[in-house]
Design a protein around this ligand. Structure first.
Ligand SMILES: C[S@@+](CC[C@H](N)C(=O)[O-])C[C@H]1O[C@@H](n2cnc3c(N)ncnc32)[C@H](O)[C@@H]1O
Length: 216
């Protein structure tokens, strides 16, 4: 798999298993788990979009006991997740499935919740639109969507670090970049996904929590 961001590197862990590691996941996994634990309950099926290395699947299934975590990635990019699943041995860590959000085919229906970290800024706007459409179709009524990552407010970056990240993203793919919070909220509403919470996270990130229901 191509490194998903500049922080991904291959590292020997203390367990001597050679696994691909995104340093950002090591930093953000605990704050993310703390927030998820407020919204997710045991036995929920959580579908993760753009799982990257699979570290979040490993950590969340360890911390949020009883959760069924369904990781997904672009076709051909599942090997890191499989390696983490093998290493983790958590029953709730389900075998990864292929998903390209720009395609109209979503592997699951009637999902309880969708989680995605650092994907919205990594892809272009048309892919974000396709992602919201797919999520809305695949989520059950009152299902939750939890999106972790940086957002702009009133058209402004919230930190120097986010400006630098945006420049790096644009060099890689001119269509990608940090999205406006207000546009994401509007896009959600157009797909029956209504913002419940906008939670401050470390390092100028947010967790946006949406709920699916037909009424505004
Ligand atoms: C910045 S990485 C984040 C990975 C992981 N969620 C994390 O937090 O470390 C963005 C991820 O989005 C995935 N991605 C990019 N385009 C995608 C698409 N069209 N459909 C699904 N995933 C995609 C990439 O493969 C990559 O793993």
């Amino acid at each position: 798999m191509q490194p998903a961001d500049p922080h991904i590197q291959s590292t020997k862990l203390a367990t001597h298993a050679e696994l691909p590691v995104a340093e950002s996941c090591l930093r953000n996994q605990k704050p993310i788990a703390d927030v998820l634990s407020r919204f997710l309950t045991p036995d929920m099926v959580v579908f993760e979009v753009g799982s990257g290395t699979g570290q979040h699947a490993a950590y969340m299934t360890e911390q949020l006991r009883g959760i069924h975590w369904q990781p997904s990635e672009l076709p051909g990019c599942l090997s890191a997740i499989r390696a983490w699943r093998e290493h983790s041995k958590q029953a709730g860590f389900l075998p990864p499935v292929e998903l390209d959000i720009s395609q109209d085919i979503w592997p699951l229906r009637n999902m309880d919740a969708v989680f995605s970290a650092n994907v919205v800024h990594f892809v272009g706007w048309s892919q974000v639109v396709a992602m919201f459409k797919g999520i809305s179709r695949s989520l059950k009524d009152n299902g939750l969507v939890l999106l972790y990552g940086p957002y702009n407010y009133d058209g402004r970056f919230t930190s120097e670090g986010n400006i630098a990240l945006n420049e790096w993203l644009r060099m890689r793919d001119p269509d990608s970049g940090i999205k406006d919070f207000e546009q994401i909220v509007l896009l959600g509403r157009q797909h029956q996904l209504h913002l419940l919470h906008d939670i401050e996270m470390p390092a100028n990130n947010r967790m946006l929590v949406f709920e699916k229901h037909p009424q505004p």
